[in-house]
Design a protein around this ligand. Sequence first.
Ligand SMILES: Nc1ncnc2c1ncn2[C@@H]1O[C@H](COP(=O)(O)OP(=O)(O)OP(=O)(O)O)[C@@H](O)[C@H]1O
Ligand SMILES: [Mg+2]
Length: 380
Amino acid sequence: MHIIPIASGKGGVGKSLIAANLSIALAQAGKRVILADVDLGGSNLHMLLGLRSIKKGIGTYLSNQKLSFKDLLIKTKYKGLDFIPGDAEIPGTANLSHTQKNKLIKNLTSLDTEYLIIDLAAGTNFNVIDFFLISSRGIIVTMPTLTATLNAYLFIKNALFRILYSLIEKNSPVLAYLDELKKKGDGLQKIYLPQLLDNIKALDKKVYTSYRKKAEHFHPRLILNLLENQKDTTIAERLRRSVKEYLGIDIEHLGVMYRDEMQDIALNSRLPLLVYKPQSILSGAIYRIADKLTQYVEDEEQLLDISSFDESFQVAELEAEIDFSERLRYIEELMHSNSLSMGDLVDIIRSQHIEIEKLKKENQLLKTKLAKAVREGFKL
Ligand SMILES: Nc1ncnc2c1ncn2[C@@H]1O[C@H](COP(=O)(O)OP(=O)(O)OP(=O)(O)O)[C@@H](O)[C@H]1O
Ligand SMILES: [Mg+2]
């Protein structure tokens, strides 16, 4: 079974949209798929699938001893795709106990399916991270803003800390060392991980070696969603570099997805985008990601080739370029076919305005720099 948890540091970046549509794409490709809503406290996947009311889900299961986990499975109208609802009917299970969490993880991992897609809650707390760490190749969704990227980075960092902590035995001197660091008030977030690992190596070689082994196989996959512009893709490369340099691990780029107004219309029609508009650029991006995922499965026998991760970033950039020109062509076509509504036009003009404002600011900045350079030049 291929387990694919979908997480993000920041909320509202498109996890649920991706979870729902990716599951449908995989099911359409003939795979047996189960989609689980583990965004406890914020479950909304059923709505994305067009299901109005939910009678039982993970919430009911956690509060009812007699219910079997398998009873939660609902057949969807998409052949090959089953669904496990979250806790929309009994909210308030956001704070799982340790036992509840382990029970859920055990149940999820013993399901019988080819693909298990897990939609998670936003955030970097350990409860979410534990579900993410069911797999070493989970998906992290982010968008091209500073906070979203920073949160994606912190998510990976916290996941690594989680791995580290899970390997420390009670009597290890590392535990005291980490407690001491925490007490100093700097917080673990600020610590430079390679330095920390060196210190741990000196204290407890076993912890260090098992951490290295685990981290070596930990390769989260990135999806950069809500792109406005081709230039936005550079943020993925920057994230990759920081993760490599400061956290010592390699991530892979699964692909980009542009912001598409069609998604709002699909949402209102209560249909997943892939079903509402399979020809849209956004649907195309999701099919492309599904393709990559199934491709990896076939290659799984081979050893992980880290150098192919480099390529994954180049491919994603190329795809962003293709989608961008496709978007432009699409808008041009709409203009000529007179099928643009007033609202569409207003939206387009508004986004153009934002674009122009951005360019103006950049221009201003360059002018200032130039003026400064000239001034300094004169001084010389
Ligand atoms: N590429 C896109 N184009 C247009 N709208 C999008 C796109 N991606 C996401 N959205 C919209 O952004 C909003 C947030 O998406 P979604 O609910 O999937 O995010 P999320 O990460 O699951 O959020 P949460 O953290 O709250 O669970 C939704 O209204 C969704 O329709
Ligand atoms: Mg969500």
